[in-house]
Design a binder for this molecule. Structure first.
Ligand code: HEC
Length: 270
């Protein structure tokens, strides 16, 4: 009876706790994953805008050497897979990979399509549209950001080269960052969460089992022993002193047994 009762009490608790913990952990993981990915995108976008700002002067002066030097240095940075600057026609002006300088890119390729999807190109796009992810030839996951290089008064007033003021976008900067650190951080988080959920499970189920044993199963066991002795004619000394309903049942059983005993002795006397 004890065994089946404990099974009945503990199994549903274990199943409910497991389900609850697993669902919560999956939800928490997906929320944190989205947050971390968005954070990475925001950081990469800031980096792209910083590069655009720091190369502005070189672009303004049409100083190819300085520009190419800045891009080489940024490209040499750990985790930077690609950096390139396109002119407004889609020609690669400078790039980390010198071999692709001078190549044309179609405006329908990823990174350009964000603005060139419609018949009239958009001059700006939302922060999250600037980002795209892909797996490069070396098999690493890359987060790429396209930052527009806008036309500004200095650009169309510059004496060295000329952009018509009505032209809004002079070119784009494209930077690709290796996502391995983010992926490994997510992996570590996933493992920690798995260990944490197992810990919660073991502690909760263990704690509930210990409490049930102390507060329910032990009193029921002593009630069962007590009633067994009563049935066999001895009103035992091991009366369950646990209070509550169990002690109430035991005391009722004892009263009934005593009444029965009295009735029996009276009958015997007659
Ligand atoms: C921020 C949005 C934006 C991005 C990103 C962008 N363009 Fe453009 N592009 C424009 C706009 C706006 C024009 C229209 C001219 C202007 O106002 O600057 C244009 C004009 C052009 C033109 C000449 C007009 C035409 O439609 O043929 C070409 C070619 C072009 N873009 C190619 C590209 C390529 C290739 C890329 C990707 C490397 C790219 N663009 C990325 C906004 C963008």
């Amino acid at each position: 009876m004890l065994r089946s009762l404990s099974a009945k009490a503990i199994v549903p608790v274990a199943v409910a706790v497991t389900g609850f913990v697993v669902v919560c952990c999956i939800l928490l993981y997906s929320v944190m994953k989205t947050d971390m990915t968005n954070d990475a995108t925001v950081q990469a976008t800031n980096l792209a805008n910083t590069i655009v700002k720091s190369t502005r002067y070189a672009m303004l002066k049409s100083d190819r050497e300085t520009l190419s030097n800045i891009i080489d240095n940024i490209g040499g940075q750990h985790g930077v897979e690609t950096v390139r600057i396109f002119n407004k026609k889609g020609l690669i002006m400078v790039s980390k990979d010198h071999a692709e300088v001078g190549q044309f890119v179609d405006k329908k390729t990823a990174g350009c399509i964000g603005c060139h999807a419609g018949a009239v190109p958009k001059a700006s796009f939302r922060a999250m549209e600037q980002a795209r992810t892909f797996t490069n030839a070396r098999g690493s996951a890359v987060l790429a950001i396209t930052a527009p290089v806008y036309n500004e008064p200095e650009c169309f007033n510059a004496d060295c080269h000329f952009h018509p003021p009505e032209q809004k976008v002079l070119g784009t900067l494209d930077i690709g960052l290796d996502q391995a650190p983010l992926i490994s951080a997510l992996g570590v988080m996933r493992n920690r969460m798995t260990i944490f959920s197992l810990m919660i499970l073991v502690l909760t189920v263990g704690g509930v089992a210990a409490l049930l044993r102390r507060n329910v199963f032990m009193p029921i066991k002593s009630l069962s022993n007590f009633t067994e002795k009563v049935v066999h004619g001895t009103i035992g000394q091991d009366f369950p002193r646990c209070g509550g309903e169990i002690e109430g049942i035991a005391s009722n059983v004892r009263t009934i047994a005593e009444e029965l005993n009295k009735a029996k002795t009276e009958l015997d006397k007659r």
